[in-house]
Design a protein around this ligand. Structure first.
Ligand SMILES: Cc1ncc(COP(=O)(O)O)c(C=O)c1O
Length: 489
C-alpha cells in the first residue's frame, strides 16, 4: 500500500528534495510564485491545467498597464505619431519572438494570429493540397491539426495517419519512417505532428524533421503544448511551420498566437483571399487585380492586435527572466514525483488506484499527465465527478479528450466500429457526452480522461495537494462516487 497519506507535506517535500537535487536550482520560482502568482495561494487555488492555459504573472499585467497608461496608440502602419508608436510595439513584439525562439530573420517569418488554431488554419487553407499532394499526420494531434485534413480531402490530396501505440502512446517509428520514405509520388508533402502531446505529454522525436526534409516534406511542428515548458531553438530545429498560442506560454494576453514559418515554406502557400493589410495594392476594376504583400504581412488579415502585442514582448521577457530551462527542470521534477506517487497509489487490498495513459517515467515526455482513477474493483470513477469534486477543493484539473481524439481512442481502446456508432447519421450532430454514453453503453469502455499539467508557477505544494485529493478515494467503490448521468441512470 502506498503510504502517501501519513506523510505530512513538509516531510514529503524534504524527501522529494533528497531525491530531486536538481529541483533546488529552481527554488527562485517559489519566490516568484509568492510575489507574481500570489493570488493562487491567497485564493486557495491549486492550478493544474497549464496545458489548457498558462498563468500570467501580476508583474506582466502591471507592466502592460503602465505601458498603455503612458502611450497614445493608434492603428499602425500610418505615419502619424500614434500610428508610428503602435507600429514600433508591433515590430518590437515580432523581434522578441524571433529572439526568444532563435528564429533568424533571414530564415523565418513571424506571422501574428489570434491563436495556434488560426495559425494552423493559415497553413491548411493555403497549402498546395492538390491531387498530387500528401498530408501525413500522427494520430496524436490536436483537432486544429486534424482539421487541416478537410482542406486536403476537399482538394483530393492523399491523407495518411500514423497511429500511436499503447501503453506509452508513442508513434511507431518504423511507420513514420515508412510514411516519409515510401509515399506515392506527391509533389507537395506536408507532415504534421506535435513536439509535445497535449494528451499524454509524450515528446515525439524532433529528429524526424531532418528525415522529412531529406525526403521532400514540409514539416508542421505543433509547439502549442511544448513551448510553455521546453526550450525551442529554431536555429537547430528547422521546422517549417510552428504554430503556438502565447496565453499557453505566459497567460496574458489571450487572443494572440503566431505562425513561425520558414520563408521557403511560406512562399509555397497560396492564400485563398486577400484582406485589408495583406496586400500592397488592389483594384476593383480587373479580375485578380491584387498584389499580396511579401512576408508575414501577406498573412496578417486586417488590423493586428496592436495593443495586445506589446504584452507579448513583456511576457517573453518574463519567461526569459524566469528561465525556460529552469521552468523545464522544475516541472520535470514535479511530474516525476507525481508519476511515481500516482503509479504506486493503491487501495488497502493492493489494487492500483491510478491508470496512467502514456509513459510512466519522465523519459522523453513533458509534464502533462493523462489518467483515470480506479476503484478497488478496477472500475473507473466518473471522470466528470472527479473534476467537480476536485473543483470543490479549488483544484483545477481538466477532463475529456482535450481535442485530441487520436490519443483518446487508442488509450481507451476505442475501435473504428465503436466510433462508427457516433457517426451513423452524419446529418444528426452527436455531442462528445452523447458519444461517450453510446460507447460506454454498447462496449463498457469509458472514453474520458483526467489531465493534470504543470507550468511556470507550479510548486511541490500543488502536486502534494493533488495527491492528498487522489488518496481520498482509497477503498471507495465507484458506485459511491457517481456523476449526474450515472445517478440519473
Ligand atoms: C497541441 C495543441 N495544439 C493546438 C492547440 C490549439 O490552441 P488554441 O486553442 O489556442 O488555438 C492546443 C490547445 O490546447 C494544443 O494543446
Amino acid at each position: 500500500m502506498n503510504d502517501f497519506l501519513p506523510i505530512d507535506s513538509e516531510s514529503a517535500f524534504n524527501a522529494f528534495l533528497d531525491s530531486h537535487d536538481s529541483y533546488r536550482r529552481t527554488l527562485p520560482l517559489d519566490d516568484l510564485r509568492e510575489t507574481d502568482y500570489g493570488r493562487l495561494d491567497r485564493l486557495g487555488h491549486v492550478y493544474l491545467d497549464y496545458t489548457g492555459g498558462g498563468l500570467y504573472a501580476e508583474s506582466q499585467v502591471a507592466a502592460h498597464h503602465d505601458l498603455l497608461s503612458n502611450q497614445v496608440l493608434g492603428n499602425p502602419h500610418s505615419h502619424n505619431p500614434t500610428s508610428l508608436a503602435a507600429t514600433h510595439f508591433v515590430d518590437e513584439a515580432r523581434d522578441a519572438v524571433h529572439e526568444f525562439f532563435n528564429a533568424s530573420k533571414d530564415e523565418y517569418e513571424v506571422v501574428f494570429t489570434a491563436n495556434a488554431s488560426s495559425a494552423l488554419k493559415l497553413v491548411g487553407e493555403s497549402y498546395p493540397f492538390e491531387k498530387d499532394a500528401c498530408y501525413l499526420l500522427s494520430y496524436d494531434n490536436h483537432n486544429s491539426v486534424n482539421g487541416i485534413r478537410e482542406f486536403a480531402r476537399s482538394r483530393g490530396a492523399e491523407i495518411v495517419y500514423v497511429p500511436v501505440r499503447n501503453p506509452e502512446l508513442r508513434l511507431d517509428e518504423e511507420l513514420i519512417h515508412r510514411g516519409l520514405t515510401q509515399h506515392s509520388p506527391c509533389e507537395h508533402r506536408l507532415f504534421a505532428y506535435p513536439a509535445q502531446s497535449n494528451f499524454s505529454g509524450v515528446h515525439h522525436p524532433l529528429e524526424w524533421i531532418d528525415e522529412a526534409h531529406e525526403n521532400g516534406w514540409d514539416v508542421l511542428l505543433d509547439c502549442a503544448a511544448y513551448a510553455p515548458t521546453n526550450k525551442l531553438d529554431l536555429g537547430v530545429i528547422k521546422a517549417d511551420f510552428v504554430p503556438l498560442s502565447f496565453y499557453k506560454m505566459f497567460g496574458y494576453p489571450t487572443g494572440i498566437g503566431a505562425l513561425i514559418a520558414r520563408k521557403e515554406a511560406l512562399a509555397k502557400l497560396r492564400r485563398p483571399w486577400f484582406a485589408g493589410g495583406t496586400i500592397t495594392l488592389a483594384s476593383v476594376q480587373g479580375e485578380g487585380w491584387y498584389h499580396l504583400a511579401p512576408g508575414s504581412t501577406g498573412f496578417e488579415d486586417g488590423t493586428v492586435n496592436y495593443l495586445g502585442l506589446s504584452a507579448i514582448t513583456i511576457g517573453l521577457r518574463h519567461l526569459k527572466s524566469a528561465g525556460i530551462d529552469t521552468i523545464h527542470e522544475r516541472v520535470t521534477d514535479l511530474a516525476d514525483w507525481l508519476l511515481a506517487e500516482m503509479s504506486s497509489l493503491a487501495h488497502t487490498d493492493g489494487a492500483p488506484m491510478v491508470r496512467i495513459f502514456g509513459p510512466e517515467t519522465m523519459a522523453r515526455r513533458g509534464a502533462t499527465l493523462a489518467f483515470y482513477l480506479l476503484d478497488p474493483e478496477g472500475a473507473v470513477y466518473d471522470v466528470q465527478r472527479i473534476e467537480s469534486l476536485a473543483g470543490e477543493q479549488r483544484i483545477s484539473v481538466r477532463t475529456g479528450c482535450f481535442c485530441n481524439p487520436g490519443d483518446g481512442e487508442v488509450a481507451h481502446d476505442i475501435t473504428r466500429d465503436d466510433m462508427a456508432e457516433c457517426f451513423d447519421e452524419p446529418a444528426v450532430p452527436v455531442t462528445y457526452d452523447q458519444c461517450q454514453r453510446i460507447i460506454t453503453d454498447t462496449t463498457g469502455k469509458v472514453p474520458n480522461t483526467i489531465r493534470v499539467s504543470l507550468g511556470i508557477a507550479s510548486t511541490f505544494g500543488d502536486v502534494y495537494r493533488f495527491m492528498e485529493f487522489a488518496a481520498t478515494f482509497r477503498d471507495r467503490p465507484a458506485r459511491d462516487v457517481r456523476g449526474q448521468h450515472d445517478a440519473q441512470g
